[in-house]
Ligand binder design. Structure first.
Ligand code: MG
Ligand code: ZN
Length: 223
């Protein structure tokens, strides 16, 4: 990289850090928990959000959907009882703290914000959004070497979800290998084996979310 490009990159990330801190303060002051869900296209992020909204109907939930151009996920999620915000990033393959900074202002009255990041396992890792928890979702259909090929994003995750476990035998993937790779890269992350279509692992996920809300003192119930 040229010097000018390096400087530009440093400035960009510095600016992002500043907005991320502001977001963190904004969320903390209002007792809102925000979760950043990252993962490749097709890993199951949108379906996870839809099922979470159904299972946590007692919680006021806001959803931010990041996508390069399309609004399909937004259309899907808006059918549920949530406040949904779509962010189109244009050419960018990640959400940044400034985009989140603008969106969370419209979600002031919720208790939980689920953020679907743009679908890839590389770019979103560099951008702190000011979220409480980082989640990385992969599916066995991406190949069982997907974890070891993207070490950075798994190292920084609080939760690692391995989805579509029921399909493993049909695509020749080893869930055990994926689990082992994840545990080796990040011994502190919670690993959840899931098959969303079969409703496997979803309860463990919901329990995790409720736990985070309780710890942060967020009102997890509407009453
Ligand atoms: Mg999606
Ligand atoms: Zn990017």
């Amino acid at each position: 990289m040229h010097r000018v490009e390096i400087d530009a990159q440093v400035n960009l990330l510095g600016e992002n850090k500043r907005y991320a801190e502001e977001n963190r303060r904004f969320l903390r002051e209002r007792g809102i928990v925000a979760v950043n869900i990252m993962g490749a296209i097709g890993s199951g992020k949108t379906l996870l959000i839809e099922k979470t909204v159904e299972k946590m109907s007692d919680v006021k939930i806001g959803v931010i959907l990041g996508d390069v151009v399309c609004r399909a996920d937004y259309e899907r999620v808006s059918k549920h009882d949530v406040v949904a915000e779509a962010i189109n990033t244009g050419k960018e393959c990640h959400l940044d703290a400034y985009l989140i900074h603008r969106s969370i202002r419209k979600l002031e009255n919720v208790n939980l914000i689920l953020i679907e990041n743009v679908g890839n396992l590389v770019c979103p890792v560099d951008f702190d959004l000011g979220e409480n928890k980082r989640v990385v979702m992969v599916s066995v259909t991406e190949g069982d070497d997907v974890v070891e090929k993207h070490p950075e994003i798994f190292r920084l995750a609080d939760v690692i979800i391995i989805n579509k476990t029921e399909l493993a035998e049909f695509v020749g993937a080893s869930v055990e290998k994926m689990e082992k790779d994840a545990g080796r890269l990040n011994p502190h992350a919670k690993i959840i084996k899931m098959d969303l279509k079969q409703n496997r692992g979803i309860e463990e996920w919901i329990e995790f979310l409720r736990g985070v809300m309780d710890v942060s003192g967020s009102t997890s119930r509407n009453s």
